[in-house]
Design a protein around this ligand. Sequence first.
Ligand SMILES: [Zn+2]
Ligand SMILES: [Zn+2]
Length: 115
Amino acid sequence: MRLPDDVMPTSYLMDEENGTLFISWTDGHESVHPYEALRRGCPCAWCAGEGGQKGSVDATTQFTNEQTTLYELQMVGRYGLTPVWGDGHHTGIYTYERLRATCMCDECRQARGVS
Ligand SMILES: [Zn+2]
Ligand SMILES: [Zn+2]
């Protein structure tokens, strides 16, 4: 799914109590990203692997509290953002398209056929 160029985040909210990141978008959508799922999906070479090399994070990885605590978000150009995690990890660039494709709101989950 290709995201239109003018769809980008307008604001975000880090809900520490529920461990969830909410992002508001220019098209009116509010996307939902639980911290742990976000961290598990980290696209950096170390976590996800690169060039056929297996990364260090998979579906069974146990994270520490620090690793799934979102410390801040840094914008990356006009196409993505990088979460800074409590353990200092900050090498994953999550493109807007990726964020929208992994949104966990009811609407998006239904659209993807995930219950
Ligand atoms: Zn990573
Ligand atoms: Zn959504």
